[in-house]
Structures are given as C-alpha cells and as structure tokens.
Design a protein around this ligand. Structure first.
Ligand code: ADP
Ligand code: MG
Length: 698
C-alpha cells in the first residue's frame, strides 16, 4: 500500500535535502503533515502595488519605482540611502544599514525596484528601513501575487520565504478531505466543522480579497476551524497523560485518622466548611489504589496549608512519606517552620531540603529521606525544587504536594512524581494554587487534574481597601506609614523592578530602604531580598513577625505565602508594571488580622489606559476569581498561567483568551472521541502536538 502523504518525511519533497531537513527538524517539522499544520504567524499583502503618494506611515505596503538617487553615508555607521520614485510623482527613501558591496553596486540610478516594507516618517518624509526588494527588469515585469503572502515562524538559517516554498510544495500533496479529515462526519456535523482541507488552504494562502484585519485577529472561520481542532488535540493530550498516570497503582492511604484528629485539635481555630470539604475530597482520593491528581484552588489566605498538612498526615498514618515542594526558599522555610510547630507534638519527623543545604547537613537530610540512617526516617520532607534533584531518594514517598503551582511547569510536577516510583506504583499528587484560573482555561491547562475549590475565607478577615496613588505623592504615602506604625500597626513596602536579576532587585530595595530610613527616623525598618542568606532572611522575617520591626522593605520574594497577621498596610511600587494576579497575591499579605487593612498601589505617571483599567480592577474587587477573569481578558493566558504553562501548551494557532469560546465544545467533543475511538484521539495528538506530547514517560 502507498504510504500516506501525511507520514512522508520532509525529504520526500523536491529540493529538501538532509541539511534542510535538519533545520526543519528544529521547528518540529518532520513529515508533510507537520508542514501542513505549520501555520503562518501573519500575512503580507503583495497582491497590489501602492502608489508611493498613497503610503501611510505604519501601514506595510508594496511599491514599485525607479531609483532616482543613491547616497552612501557614514554618519554613525555605514549607510546606504536609495530614493525611488513612481508614476504618482512621489519619492520614497529606502535605508539600509547592512549591505554588501555587490548589493550596493546593483542599486544604481535608473534601476526598477519592487519593495515591500513598512513606511515610517523620517526626517526627509516617508522611508522604509531594510525593505524586502527585488529588481525588476524593464523587459520582464513581475506579476503581482494572487494571494496574500504567508509569513511563517522560522528558525536560524531558514528564511520565511524559503520555508514558504517548502510548505507550498507540501501543500500540493495535501490529500482530499476524505483522507485528511480525522473527525467522523456525524460529529463534524454536530460541531459544525467545515472542511479541513479548505481551512488549511485558506490559512496558508488567503485570497487577495481576504480581510487582513480579521486574519490578523485570528477570527476568520478557517482559522477558528483549525484552532478548534488544535484545542481539541491539546485537551485530548492532557486527558491521555492523565489516563496513563491513572494506569499506575498508588499506595492506599487509609490511616486511622488519629494524627489528623490530634492535629486539628491542636489548631487555634476550626477549619472552615470549605477546608473540610476539600480535605475530605483529598482523603477520598488518597484512600484509592490509583494515584490522586488533584488541584486545590483557593484564594490567597483561604488556608490551603491546613489542607496540605491533613493530606501529609494521611500518608504518615499509613506508614509512608509525604513531600511538600514550594517555589521559593522563603515560602518553603515558612512551611517548614509551620509544619515543625504542628508536627512536633504529634511526634512526626519533618525534614528540610533546599539547594543551599550543603555538606554534612545535606547528607544527613538525604540519609533521613532515604531512611538509611539509624535515626527515624523522615516522614514529611519540605523544600524547594531541590527535592527533585538527582541524588534525592525517598524511602517511601506516597504523596507529593506542590504549592503555588503556577510557578512550576507540568514537567517539574511530573519529575517529583518520578521520585516516588516504586515498581508500577507512583505517588499521589496534590497541587495547591492561589491563582484562580477561569474554569474553561483550567480544564484545558490542567485537564490532567481534578479540581477542588476552597471558596471561603476564614472568618474575621477584613477586606483590604485598595487605592492607587501617583508616585509624585510618595511623601503622602510615607506619612501614612508613619501614622500607621505610630499606631502599632505594621507595613510592607514592596519594591518591584522589571529586571529579573536578584542583584538589581536587591539594589533597588536597598535604595528604598535608605530613603525610608532617612524619611522615617526612629522607625524600625527591615529589609529582605533574594540576595540575603537564608538565616539573614529568616532573622528579618522573625523580627517582623514578632513586631520588633514595624516596616519591612522587601522585593517580591514575599509574594507567595508569607504570613504576618499584624501587618495591615502594604505599599507596592511600580504597581502598573505587575500582573493583576501578582498584585492580588502581594496584597494577600495584608488583611490577615482583624484590623482594617489597606493596600497602596504606587504608580509612575503617565499611566496608559490599559494600566489604569488594570489598577481599577484591583481597587474594585478582592475576589481572586474576578481578578483572574479580568486578567485573562486584559492580558491573555500566557500571563495568567505563567510562561511555563503556556510554553508547555505550545499552541500554534489557537489562543486561549481569543478562542476561549471554543473550549467548551472542544472539551465535549474530546470526551466523546476518547470514548468512541481512542486510536483516533492518538492521531489527532500526533498531528497537532507530535513529539512534544511524549513527555517524560508518564
Ligand atoms: P493560603 O491559602 O494563602 O496558603 P494559608 O494556609 O497560609 O493560606 O493560611 C493563611 C492564614 O490563615 C494562616 O495564618 C493560617 O494559620 C490561617 N488559617 C487557616 N485556616 C484557618 C481557619 N479555618 N480559621 C482561621 N484561620 C485560618
Ligand atoms: Mg499558601
């Protein structure tokens, strides 16, 4: 039988040799099918020639004209300036900064050029910098394109034009719908899915009259048809991943509940109804011989740690170990101290492991975790991602808890699970997140997880009042701190700068610390940032927690989890640059006690309309879900989920925010397909996700 075109290697195409195949491989393009589904990023309209007179700054266009003047200059760097004119009796300046001698020699007065580029307003009128251009011989005019020109995502050593040629050749082998289409006709009818072949042809080469604005928005029905299939494939892939995990066995954690009862009795509060409900959902999962995969969502301060502790104790009661992994050392340390305080009276052994733990202390911790020591083996292990590193072996890990999931990617999650592999068994997995993810999005991004929601805050919390103040009124804010602290309250001042570097952040925080120290004489002001040693950080945090320090200047290291109930005022600098979810997290550090709390968002002027809108959202609501929905609307899912998640999603054409309305149908159809024809589901995954789907042998 003839091998289907879809599976043929790219080298089956004329002009694609081993070298090009290797380059294509870097883009994940191995088969003809991969090429068919490698869709343009955007389009260029070369279906018409625009008279130079009609060019508009910022609107890409194609022009044709004769060179009227050429000038080489060396103002700051070598430069080639070429003026062309056309029948509209207007002149356009082309500017080149990179050019070779041969190129320059060919650009002589009188030559005809066809150029495509984006005109902008220069000192001498309209100009194009580095336009794409071709020479046009007077006796051999070039026809204009009949279709829009696709611009493809490329990689080093491969131009979009070259890739377009390869894709065009691949498209010539696009089979008829009957062979191409994977979805059964009856289901296509139900979900109103048009011809895949037509959609692909349109998306690769839209006709001249296509609506470029609609295409740019990804809103054309052909694009939506493809986006739908991609979302379907994504959903299926995560469902598959989940099903594969479910095939493994997991330890049945059905202890007597004695430790859990004593733990709850020792708490200074009673769990909320929501905490009890979620803890019960978790306990039910843990008692089954299949691995739990559960995401617990709960707004900042909803008390997720208690739920995590109850789950860990279920593992301990059954004679196994639990591990709790947090994204920052500060948060991991805080968990460690909480757990020590809670577990000591119960006689449960809690062990600490972080990357900074070195030498003897590290080997001792590892021995504890492996249970190879005389001493009692660790029952609960708490740490950072150091827990997943090589050399960390657990004696009997039955539960992996991951706090603040949005900071980790799927792969890291899977890696911790690998740690607990014993024969066919894998540990249960509990994921905690304070970033509430809109439901449809969660079902796609976390389709491999069940979701529990803690939808209630502990009683006695007072809502945080939020105001936005321009940095010009900084002195008023400082005065406000003085008054609050004189009143026995405590405050955070959070310094945020965009630079990712610890060092720059620390320097910015130090500068603010110095500024506030001189502006607020007599006030005890602490400083904490990522460059401090763990012990130093801890000393500052302890001093703040015990009230010895009134004002804490901090970088965003305090973003997650830090818990000092007496702190009731928070200032966030450069608030306009942060994401809503992050601001909401930060704000969650106050409003934990019974005093009225407030949050001041300091911003730099001028504020863009978008930034203004975002700060307004925070002023208007304390509801994490509402904020997340808004964030999604305003910024898109990449920001909401964190880059790692969307990196993992690696969507080619679908956009989770733009195409969110397609998700419910994609999810419904996904469920039907998995029931009806799992092999077909595999083909869809292979088509859209290909190699990427084969994550660590789940
Ligand atoms: P988050 O969900 O943000 O991780 P935490 O688990 O850190 O929240 O809890 C926030 C604070 O609320 C902690 O000080 C914790 O001890 C306290 N807390 C948790 N549950 C309750 C409850 N049911 N009643 C009162 N306080 C609680
Ligand atoms: Mg927490």
């Amino acid at each position: 039988m003839r091998e289907s075109a879809a599976a043929q290697p790219v080298t089956a195409l004329p002009g694609v040799g081993q070298a090009l195949a290797k380059t294509l491989d870097r883009l994940g393009l191995r088969t003809l099918q991969d090429l068919w589904f490698h869709l343009p990023l955007r389009y260029e309209d070369r279906t018409r020639l625009t008279p130079i007179r009609d060019l508009l700054p910022g609107a890409p266009a194609q022009v044709e004209g004769r060179i009227e003047a050429v000038e080489r200059g060396f103002r700051y760097r070598p430069q080639l300036r070429v003026a062309i004119g056309d029948d509209s009796r207007a002149t356009l300046l082309l500017r080149f900064f990179h050019f070779n001698a041969a190129q320059a020699n060919q650009l002589v007065v009188g030559t005809r050029l066809r150029c495509y580029g984006e005109p902008r307003l220069g000192a001498q009128g309209l100009e194009m910098v580095h336009p794409q251009y071709r020479h046009v011989a007077d006796d051999a005019p070039i026809a204009i394109e009949e279709r829009l020109t696709p611009v493809y995502p490329v990689t080093e050593g491969l131009s979009s034009a070259r890739l377009a040629g390869v894709v065009a050749r691949a498209l010539q082998r696009l089979p008829q719908d009957a062979e191409l289409e994977l979805l059964p006709p009856d289901l296509r009818k139900v979900y109103k899915l048009s011809s895949l072949r037509a959609a692909l042809e349109y998306a690769h080469r839209p006709p001249a009259q296509a609506n470029l604005a609609q295409l740019a928005l990804g809103a054309h029905p052909a694009q939506r048809r493809l986006a739908f299939e991609e979302l379907l494939a994504q959903h299926l892939s995560l469902k598959r991943l989940r099903a594969r995990v479910r095939q493994h066995a997991a330890p049945v954690l059905r202890g007597g509940g004695e430790l859990r009862r004593r733990f709850l009795a020792g708490l200074p509060f009673a769990p909320t109804r929501a905490q009890r409900r979620v803890a019960a959902e978790v306990a039910r999962d843990l008692a089954k011989p299949a691995p739990m995969l559960r995401l617990v969502q709960g707004d900042v301060g909803s008390g997720k740690t208690v739920v995590a502790a109850l789950a860990a104790l279920a593992a301990v009661e059954a004679g196994f170990q639990a591990a709790l992994m947090a994204p920052t050392e500060l948060l991991a340390e805080q968990h460690f101290r909480n757990f020590q305080r809670w577990m000591k009276p119960l006689g449960v052994e809690v062990v600490w492991l972080a990357g900074k733990l070195k030498g003897k202390a590290r080997s001792a911790a590892l021995a504890h975790i492996a249970g190879s020591e005389e001493a009692r083996p660790a029952q609960i292990v708490i740490g950072t991602h150091a827990l997943m590193q090589e050399g960390v072996a657990f004696r009997a890990l039955a539960l992996a808890i991951i706090d603040e999931q949005h900071r980790f990617g799927v792969h890291q999650r899977l890696a911790l699970r690998e740690k607990g592999r014993a024969g066919d068994g894998v540990p249960h997995q509990l994921v905690l997140t304070a970033t509430p993810i809109p439901r449809t999005l969660a079902m796609t991004a976390y389709a491999d997880l069940d979701v529990s929601i803690i939808d209630e805050l502990p009683p006695g919390r007072t809502p945080v009042t939020t105001v936005a103040i321009a940095n010009a009124r900084r002195h008023n804010v400082i005065e406000r701190i003085r008054v609050a602290c004189a009143d026995g309250r405590q405050a955070y001042w959070v310094c945020t700068i965009i630079e990712e570097s610890d060092l720059l952040q620390a320097q910015a925080a130090e500068a603010v610390h110095a500024e506030l120290t001189s502006a607020l004489p007599g006030l005890a002001i602490g400083l904490v940032h990522g460059r401090l040693k763990p012990a130093q950080k801890q000393a500052v945090m302890d001093a703040f927690a015990s009230g010895k320090i009134s004002l804490l200047v901090a970088t965003t290291v305090i973003e997650v989890g830090v818990d000092v109930p007496n702190a009731s005022l928070m200032i966030v600098e450069n608030a306009e640059r942060l994401g809503l979810a992050q601001l909401h997290q930060l704000r969650g550090r106050v409003g934990r006690g019974s005093v009225e709390s407030s949050c001041v968002l300091l911003y730099q002027t001028p504020l863009s309309a978008m930034a203004r809108q975002r700060l307004d959202v925070l002023r208007a609501t304390n509801d994490g879900f509402r904020i997340a929905e808004k964030d999604l609307e305003l910024r898109g899912p990449g920001e909401v989920l964190g880059t790692r998640q969307t990196g993992q999603m690696a969507l080619r054409i679908a956009d989770l925010a733009r195409d969110a309305d397609l998700l419910p149908d994609a999810q419904r159809l996904g469920t039907t397909l998995l029931d009806r024809d799992p092999a077909l589901a595999d083909k869809l995954i292979e088509r859209w996700i290909g190699q990427a789907a084969r994550y660590a042998g789940a």
